[in-house]
Unconditional design. Structure first.
Length: 240
Protein backbone atom coordinates (compact mmCIF):
# COMPACT_ATOMS: atom_id res chain seq x y z
CA UNK A 1 0.00 0.00 0.00
CA UNK A 2 1.23 3.49 -0.82
CA UNK A 3 1.82 5.99 1.99
CA UNK A 4 -1.43 7.26 3.43
CA UNK A 5 -3.07 10.56 4.23
CA UNK A 6 -5.19 10.92 7.36
CA UNK A 7 -8.30 12.96 6.63
CA UNK A 8 -11.31 14.01 8.69
CA UNK A 9 -14.84 14.42 7.34
CA UNK A 10 -18.38 15.14 8.50
CA UNK A 11 -17.41 17.98 10.86
CA UNK A 12 -14.34 16.04 11.99
CA UNK A 13 -16.35 13.07 13.27
CA UNK A 14 -15.02 10.60 10.71
CA UNK A 15 -11.35 9.73 10.28
CA UNK A 16 -10.36 8.20 6.95
CA UNK A 17 -7.00 6.93 5.75
CA UNK A 18 -6.49 7.02 1.98
CA UNK A 19 -3.59 6.20 -0.35
CA UNK A 20 -1.55 9.32 -0.92
CA UNK A 21 -0.90 8.53 -4.59
CA UNK A 22 -3.30 5.64 -5.30
CA UNK A 23 -7.06 5.77 -5.72
CA UNK A 24 -8.76 8.38 -3.53
CA UNK A 25 -12.48 8.92 -3.16
CA UNK A 26 -14.10 12.00 -4.67
CA UNK A 27 -17.20 14.13 -4.14
CA UNK A 28 -19.11 11.38 -5.99
CA UNK A 29 -18.97 9.18 -2.89
CA UNK A 30 -20.28 11.99 -0.69
CA UNK A 31 -23.18 12.62 -3.07
CA UNK A 32 -24.09 8.95 -3.27
CA UNK A 33 -24.01 8.39 0.49
CA UNK A 34 -26.34 11.38 0.92
CA UNK A 35 -28.74 10.74 -1.96
CA UNK A 36 -29.15 6.99 -1.38
CA UNK A 37 -31.39 7.76 1.64
CA UNK A 38 -31.11 4.51 3.62
CA UNK A 39 -34.02 3.66 5.88
CA UNK A 40 -33.77 2.71 9.53
CA UNK A 41 -32.88 -0.95 9.90
CA UNK A 42 -31.73 -1.44 6.29
CA UNK A 43 -29.16 -4.03 5.29
CA UNK A 44 -27.01 -2.30 2.68
CA UNK A 45 -24.32 -3.43 0.25
CA UNK A 46 -21.71 -1.14 -1.32
CA UNK A 47 -20.24 -2.67 -4.49
CA UNK A 48 -16.66 -1.49 -5.03
CA UNK A 49 -16.22 0.05 -1.60
CA UNK A 50 -12.61 1.24 -2.00
CA UNK A 51 -11.35 2.57 1.34
CA UNK A 52 -14.81 2.14 2.90
CA UNK A 53 -15.92 5.76 2.75
CA UNK A 54 -19.52 5.12 1.63
CA UNK A 55 -20.32 2.46 4.28
CA UNK A 56 -18.78 4.68 6.96
CA UNK A 57 -20.80 7.73 5.89
CA UNK A 58 -24.01 5.68 5.68
CA UNK A 59 -23.44 4.11 9.09
CA UNK A 60 -22.59 7.48 10.65
CA UNK A 61 -25.87 9.02 9.45
CA UNK A 62 -28.02 5.96 10.23
CA UNK A 63 -26.63 4.22 13.33
CA UNK A 64 -29.02 1.26 13.07
CA UNK A 65 -28.19 0.16 9.51
CA UNK A 66 -25.85 -2.72 8.65
CA UNK A 67 -23.49 -2.30 5.67
CA UNK A 68 -21.41 -4.78 3.70
CA UNK A 69 -18.63 -3.24 1.62
CA UNK A 70 -17.37 -5.42 -1.23
CA UNK A 71 -13.93 -4.70 -2.69
CA UNK A 72 -11.90 -6.84 -5.10
CA UNK A 73 -8.55 -5.11 -4.50
CA UNK A 74 -6.99 -6.62 -1.39
CA UNK A 75 -4.96 -3.55 -0.39
CA UNK A 76 -8.04 -1.33 -0.50
CA UNK A 77 -10.15 -3.95 1.26
CA UNK A 78 -7.60 -4.15 4.08
CA UNK A 79 -7.56 -0.36 4.31
CA UNK A 80 -11.38 -0.24 4.43
CA UNK A 81 -11.33 -2.70 7.33
CA UNK A 82 -8.86 -0.52 9.21
CA UNK A 83 -10.98 2.58 8.59
CA UNK A 84 -14.04 0.79 9.94
CA UNK A 85 -12.10 -0.18 13.07
CA UNK A 86 -10.66 3.31 13.62
CA UNK A 87 -14.19 4.73 13.50
CA UNK A 88 -15.45 1.97 15.83
CA UNK A 89 -18.08 0.77 13.38
CA UNK A 90 -17.31 -2.98 13.39
CA UNK A 91 -20.82 -3.79 14.64
CA UNK A 92 -22.37 -1.97 11.69
CA UNK A 93 -19.95 -2.58 8.83
CA UNK A 94 -18.42 -5.72 7.35
CA UNK A 95 -15.80 -5.53 4.59
CA UNK A 96 -15.65 -8.41 2.12
CA UNK A 97 -12.62 -8.91 -0.15
CA UNK A 98 -14.26 -10.62 -3.10
CA UNK A 99 -14.97 -10.38 -6.82
CA UNK A 100 -18.55 -9.12 -6.93
CA UNK A 101 -19.35 -11.24 -9.98
CA UNK A 102 -18.70 -14.35 -7.84
CA UNK A 103 -20.78 -13.12 -4.93
CA UNK A 104 -23.83 -15.07 -3.78
CA UNK A 105 -26.58 -14.24 -1.29
CA UNK A 106 -25.32 -17.02 0.98
CA UNK A 107 -21.96 -15.21 1.28
CA UNK A 108 -23.70 -12.38 3.12
CA UNK A 109 -26.35 -14.26 5.08
CA UNK A 110 -29.33 -13.30 2.96
CA UNK A 111 -30.48 -10.53 0.59
CA UNK A 112 -30.09 -6.82 1.29
CA UNK A 113 -32.57 -3.95 1.21
CA UNK A 114 -30.33 -1.46 -0.62
CA UNK A 115 -27.35 -1.75 -2.96
CA UNK A 116 -25.22 1.33 -3.67
CA UNK A 117 -22.28 1.73 -6.03
CA UNK A 118 -19.84 4.35 -7.28
CA UNK A 119 -18.35 2.04 -9.94
CA UNK A 120 -15.64 2.27 -12.62
CA UNK A 121 -16.98 4.74 -15.19
CA UNK A 122 -14.93 4.20 -18.29
CA UNK A 123 -15.33 1.51 -20.90
CA UNK A 124 -12.23 -0.32 -22.04
CA UNK A 125 -10.82 1.52 -25.03
CA UNK A 126 -12.02 4.94 -23.80
CA UNK A 127 -9.40 7.28 -22.37
CA UNK A 128 -5.93 6.53 -21.10
CA UNK A 129 -5.70 3.78 -18.50
CA UNK A 130 -3.76 4.96 -15.46
CA UNK A 131 -0.32 3.42 -14.88
CA UNK A 132 -1.34 3.12 -11.23
CA UNK A 133 -3.12 -0.25 -11.07
CA UNK A 134 -5.29 0.80 -8.14
CA UNK A 135 -6.57 3.87 -9.98
CA UNK A 136 -6.96 1.91 -13.23
CA UNK A 137 -9.23 -0.75 -11.69
CA UNK A 138 -11.30 1.92 -9.91
CA UNK A 139 -11.80 4.04 -13.04
CA UNK A 140 -11.92 1.64 -16.01
CA UNK A 141 -14.04 -1.48 -16.49
CA UNK A 142 -11.04 -3.80 -16.10
CA UNK A 143 -12.53 -6.16 -13.51
CA UNK A 144 -16.27 -5.47 -13.78
CA UNK A 145 -18.49 -3.80 -16.36
CA UNK A 146 -21.86 -2.09 -15.97
CA UNK A 147 -23.94 -5.16 -16.89
CA UNK A 148 -22.05 -7.37 -14.42
CA UNK A 149 -22.37 -4.82 -11.64
CA UNK A 150 -26.10 -4.41 -12.17
CA UNK A 151 -26.63 -8.17 -12.39
CA UNK A 152 -24.84 -8.53 -9.07
CA UNK A 153 -27.01 -5.82 -7.53
CA UNK A 154 -30.17 -7.57 -8.75
CA UNK A 155 -28.94 -10.89 -7.34
CA UNK A 156 -28.15 -9.40 -3.92
CA UNK A 157 -31.37 -7.43 -3.50
CA UNK A 158 -34.42 -8.64 -1.63
CA UNK A 159 -37.82 -8.48 -3.30
CA UNK A 160 -38.54 -4.81 -4.10
CA UNK A 161 -35.05 -3.89 -2.89
CA UNK A 162 -33.57 -0.53 -3.89
CA UNK A 163 -30.50 0.34 -5.93
CA UNK A 164 -28.61 3.67 -6.08
CA UNK A 165 -25.70 4.70 -8.28
CA UNK A 166 -23.62 7.72 -9.36
CA UNK A 167 -22.51 7.58 -13.00
CA UNK A 168 -21.27 9.92 -15.76
CA UNK A 169 -24.16 11.80 -17.35
CA UNK A 170 -22.80 10.92 -20.81
CA UNK A 171 -23.62 7.27 -20.05
CA UNK A 172 -27.14 7.88 -18.74
CA UNK A 173 -28.77 5.95 -21.58
CA UNK A 174 -26.43 3.00 -21.05
CA UNK A 175 -27.22 3.05 -17.35
CA UNK A 176 -31.03 3.18 -17.45
CA UNK A 177 -31.36 0.68 -20.32
CA UNK A 178 -29.02 -1.79 -18.61
CA UNK A 179 -30.82 -1.37 -15.28
CA UNK A 180 -34.11 -2.23 -16.94
CA UNK A 181 -32.59 -5.15 -18.85
CA UNK A 182 -31.44 -6.85 -15.63
CA UNK A 183 -34.73 -6.20 -13.81
CA UNK A 184 -34.01 -3.02 -11.84
CA UNK A 185 -36.55 -0.38 -12.84
CA UNK A 186 -35.23 3.23 -12.76
CA UNK A 187 -37.45 5.29 -10.45
CA UNK A 188 -35.59 8.56 -9.71
CA UNK A 189 -32.93 10.62 -11.49
CA UNK A 190 -30.93 13.68 -10.43
CA UNK A 191 -28.54 15.49 -12.78
CA UNK A 192 -25.38 16.84 -11.13
CA UNK A 193 -23.63 19.91 -12.56
CA UNK A 194 -20.30 21.50 -11.68
CA UNK A 195 -22.02 24.92 -11.79
CA UNK A 196 -25.11 26.65 -13.16
CA UNK A 197 -23.38 27.53 -16.44
CA UNK A 198 -22.26 24.06 -17.49
CA UNK A 199 -23.91 20.82 -18.56
CA UNK A 200 -24.45 17.94 -16.15
CA UNK A 201 -21.37 15.78 -15.67
CA UNK A 202 -22.81 13.16 -13.33
CA UNK A 203 -26.18 11.53 -12.81
CA UNK A 204 -27.65 9.90 -9.72
CA UNK A 205 -30.18 7.17 -10.45
CA UNK A 206 -32.13 5.02 -8.04
CA UNK A 207 -34.25 2.02 -8.95
CA UNK A 208 -36.32 -0.81 -7.54
CA UNK A 209 -35.90 -4.52 -8.18
CA UNK A 210 -38.82 -5.70 -10.34
CA UNK A 211 -40.48 -2.29 -9.81
CA UNK A 212 -43.26 -0.75 -11.84
CA UNK A 213 -42.63 1.87 -14.51
CA UNK A 214 -42.45 5.59 -13.77
CA UNK A 215 -39.35 7.78 -13.51
CA UNK A 216 -39.24 10.97 -11.39
CA UNK A 217 -36.76 13.69 -12.39
CA UNK A 218 -35.55 15.56 -9.29
CA UNK A 219 -34.19 19.13 -9.24
CA UNK A 220 -30.54 19.34 -10.32
CA UNK A 221 -27.61 19.61 -7.92
CA UNK A 222 -24.86 22.20 -8.48
CA UNK A 223 -21.48 21.51 -6.89
CA UNK A 224 -19.73 24.90 -7.04
CA UNK A 225 -20.57 28.59 -6.74
CA UNK A 226 -19.08 31.19 -9.07
CA UNK A 227 -16.17 31.69 -6.67
CA UNK A 228 -15.26 27.99 -6.85
CA UNK A 229 -16.47 27.17 -3.33
CA UNK A 230 -18.91 24.34 -2.74
CA UNK A 231 -22.56 25.34 -2.82
CA UNK A 232 -24.49 25.44 0.43
CA UNK A 233 -26.24 22.13 -0.33
CA UNK A 234 -22.94 20.34 -0.93
CA UNK A 235 -21.39 21.89 2.18
CA UNK A 236 -24.27 20.41 4.19
CA UNK A 237 -23.56 16.98 2.72
CA UNK A 238 -19.92 17.31 3.77
CA UNK A 239 -20.74 18.38 7.31
CA UNK A 240 -23.98 16.62 8.33
Amino acid sequence: MNSLTHDRFLSGNILLDQPKSGYRFSIDAVLLSHLACPQAGDRIMDLGTGCGVIPIMLAYRQPDVKVIGVEIQTALSDLAGKNVAVNRMQRQIRILNKDMTQLSVTDIGGPVDLVVSNPPYRRLGSGRISADRQKAVARHELRVNLASLLSTAYRMLDKSGRFAIIYPSLRTVDLVTTMRSVGIEPKSMTMIHSNTAGPARLVFVSGVKSGGTGLEISPPIYLYNEDGAYTESVQRMLSD
